[in-house]
Write a protein that binds this ligand. Structure first.
Ligand code: BTN
Length: 234
């Protein structure tokens, strides 16, 4: 399968995920990609907002359909596709902060919001900061942020992501787990979380279902991405 055809671009939308969801519900084909120059109501994970100055980020939502067992690790596969796309555009090394933030030099450069109606479709929403200056990031950010830089345009980033997502969206689960382990930014680091219970411990990688394994004293705790939110080190 391949992403990027058809491609619909809006200058300004509420959220590209909302536009893509409407298209999915209306029967748009697998591979459809929606982008925008600007979002008025961009959404992040856990009900948070996602905002970027107009024209300075890739705002991208892709339709994947139908969904089946091959897509069980999609939330981990998508940030791997983002890492490959960014690295193909310049001398950057990307890592993934579980479950699906992408970091450059310990700062968040991209976030992923997947919304799905299984088994029919998923909307894969990706925001990548391209040319946002350090001073332009809002003061309410949870994690320190950065941009890809190097003059990378939204078109170049979109084409790179179309290509890498086409490879990763249906990659074998073993490959996804291996790829994630290679890029795991949290491995062997102290993490703390909130949500369904809170706690802290040392991250020890992910299990076969994509959950984060944490050693917390004598206990091993397994965290689901939908249940908890990691806290930035404070
Ligand atoms: C996060 O880090 O919390 C996820 C952020 C996802 C943002 C992207 S931007 C394109 C797409 N449209 C949205 O409203 N959200 C996603």
């Amino acid at each position: 399968m391949s992403f990027g055809s058809p491609h619909r671009h809006w200058r300004r939308v509420d959220s590209t995920n909302d536009r893509a969801r409407e298209l999915a519900q209306a029967g748009a084909p697998c591979g459809t990609v929606v982008t925008a120059t600007e979002q008025e109501a961009g959404r992040g994970r856990h009900g948070r907002r996602w905002s970027a100055p107009a024209g300075s980020a890739l705002l991208y939502s892709a339709i994947l359909r139908p969904l089946d067992a091959r897509h069980a690790l999609l939330p981990l596969a998508v940030p791997l596709a983002v890492c490959d796309a960014i690295e193909s555009l310049g001398p950057r090394r990307c890592r993934v902060k579980w479950p699906n933030d992408v970091w450059i030099d310990e700062r968040k450069v991209s976030g992923v919001l997947i919304e799905a109606r299984p088994p029919e479709w998923a909307v894969i929403g990706v925001g990548i900061n391209l040319t946002i200056d350090a001073g332009e990031f809002g003061p309410d950010l949870r994690w320190p942020a950065t941009s890809v830089g190097h003059g990378v345009s939204a078109d170049a980033a979109r084409e790179a992501l179309d290509g890498s997502l086409s490879e990763w969206a249906e990659a074998d689960q073993e490959l996804v787990l291996e790829g994630f382990a290679e890029r795991d930014a949290l491995r062997d680091r102290e993490v703390s979380w909130e949500g369904a219970g809170s706690g802290s411990g040392r991250a020890r990688g992910i299990d076969a279902e994509g959950k984060l394994v944490v050693e917390a004293g004598d206990e091993v705790v397994v965290l689901g991405a939908g249940e908890v939110s990691l806290r930035p080190p404070g």
